[in-house]
Design a binder for this molecule. Structure first.
Ligand code: UDP
Length: 321
């Protein structure tokens, strides 16, 4: 089976491409390389440089495919507040184009990259798929709008699963080499704290949150576990059905706990600086992952130390190149 991976030059899309190829699928990647990297498209995938904003590129990329993993999107919460129209255009209109071209090409299998940001500030922890959806950013709102579009499309036969990610982390050592986060600017905790040195400490955004140690709690999931769930999702699609499934580890780690895992991995103290809270950060986000267990027979394998150590190893491998 050939799978179209939109956004296959990005962090998560490149790992999806590699794992699909390793498991015997054929892969076409469609990416405009606006935030992704051409060299992250692994050998063995057919690469088409183009955007989901172009129906022509989509039609071309879909030829010969039976299913789609749709990752191509703008995904920075802060940027979405400044440029909501851009986010609406790429994320919502781009997906409308994709759904139209899939329908014309009679391709009816879709796994969509959704997000915990669709829920907004949680009322209950852990967050289940039945929690209210009230996104606090245009980014979350666009992903929620796409989930709703897909639900509508399923009424005409589309087989779809939206996977709502919590905090994706770690790197993947594929047979093509390491695939890791390379965002610019990098805002995520784990890559940032591995970069911290004596002169450049990691900033902790607030230590006065209502949590056990005062730092924010998040649910981190290894990117390889995440893609494992996508491949299981592909195998569990049902015509006319749109399922929405959370992906996290089901366990929360505070920023201080992530730093102590990183201290263990690095074998040295990490200099920290406590700064004020970052706007838009909720205190606690933890996924209820029971539905992923039931519907996909999936459970995460990798813990926070593995996420940190893989990120570290991949950075070192990059440095040695
Ligand atoms: N965080 C931090 N310092 C950083 C980056 C992140 O203290 O340099 C905190 C952030 O406030 C949040 C957690 O780490 O509580 C995870 O943030 P990240 O940006 O990695 O992911 P997000 O939860 O925003 O998707």
């Amino acid at each position: 089976m050939r799978v179209l991976v939109t956004g296959g030059a990005g962090y998560i899309g490149s790992v999806a491409t590699a794992m699909l190829l390793e498991r015997g699928f054929d892969v076409t990647v469609l990416d405009d390389c606006s935030t992704g990297h051409r060299d992250a498209v692994v050998a063995g995938a057919k690469f088409i440089e183009g955007s989901v904003s172009s129906e022509e590129s989509l039609a071309f990329a879909l030829s010969g495919c039976e299913a789609v993993f749709h990752f191509a999107a703008k995904s920075l919460v802060g940027e979405s507040v400044e440029k909501p129209d851009l986010y609406f255009d790429v994320n919502v209109n781009g997906t409308k184009n994709l759904l139209k071209q899939m329908s014309l090409a009679k391709i009816s299998k879709l796994v969509f990259s959704s997000t915990a940001a669709t829920y907004g500030e949680p009322e209950v922890i852990p967050i289940s798929e039945s929690a209210k959806t009230d996104p606090t950013s245009p980014y979350g709102a666009t992903k929620l709008a796409v989930d709703k579009l897909i639900t509508e499309e399923a009424k005409s036969g589309l087989a779809a699963i939206s996977l709502r990610y919590f905090n994706v982390a770690g790197a993947y050592k594929s047979k093509f080499g390491w695939l890791a986060e390379r965002h610019n600017p990098e805002t995520h905790l784990i890559p940032n704290l591995l970069r911290s040195t004596v002169d450049n400490s990691i900033k902790i955004f607030g230590d006065d949150w209502p949590t056990k140690d005062g730092t924010c709690i998040r649910d981190y999931i290894h990117v390889a576990d995440l893609i494992d769930a996508h491949i299981l999702a592909l195998e569990n699609l049902a015509p006319g059905k749109h399922q929405i499934i959370n992906l996290g580890s089901g366990s929360g780690y505070s920023v201080a706990e992530v730093i102590s895992a990183a201290t263990k991995v690095l074998g040295r103290a990490i200099p920290v600086e406590i700064t004020s809270r970052r706007s838009g950060d909720p205190a606690v986000l933890v996924a209820d992952i029971s539905l992923a267990g039931q519907a996909l027979k999936w459970r995460p394998k990798f813990d926070i130390e593995k996420m940190v150590s893989d990120t570290w190893e991949s950075a070192n491998a990059q440095y040695r190149k």
